[in-house]
Write a protein that binds this ligand. Sequence first.
Ligand code: ZN
Length: 243
Amino acid sequence: MIEKFNKVRQKFPVPKILNLIYPPTCGICGKLNEDFLCKRCEKILESEAVFGLDKYKNIKRKKERKENIKNNFNDKKYFNEHLYIFFYQGIIRRIILKYKFQEQSYLDKTFVNFLLKNENFFENIKKYDTIVPVPISRERLKIRGYNQSELIAKEIACNSNLRIETECIFKVKNIIEQSKLNKEERLKNVQGVYELFNKEKLYKKRILLVDDIYTTGSTVNECAKVLKNSKPKVIGVLTLAKD
Ligand SMILES: [Zn+2]
């Protein structure tokens, strides 16, 4: 029952009084907790957290680029940096899979409340002004009932000055799940899948693109490539975990 209610809680703002009837619980162990993260589970997350930041510089030298293309090594990144909280392994992997596939949608509050506790990491997020979640297709949304990346983005926007934009990039094709494919297949699978709308909203913005897991990076890279057409100032990527 509580799980069902927490799912509804994501979609509609809940008056505080309802917290008395359906109290918030720790997203990981299910114990009653106002911050959606109990002390015990916070310790577990702390021991696993890496708060990583990878910077990407695109090759500007013509000769080097030509050589890479010749060797079929097109590693161009359309974003400048990648922020992540965890490596995608062990208990974190199990928690995220639960979040993604077992209707544990309220885990977004758990993750974001944990992220907020690391001030340095959060400072990096606040350098951006617009947060854009990686979209899922309409079909998938119907089945799952929520977009896990959008919930995280919303939660971050609620706790910062970042503005969330959910009307700018859409997934217009339903494709095979990336997790079922290898690196080359993933790259091909996402091509032409996303479309940009209302691009004036992102013009000269500092965009932070949010997804749950970063594996080969082909999903966020394809999104960033599409977002580039709105001429933003900069694009960064934030994921819960990096594989
Ligand atoms: Zn807990």
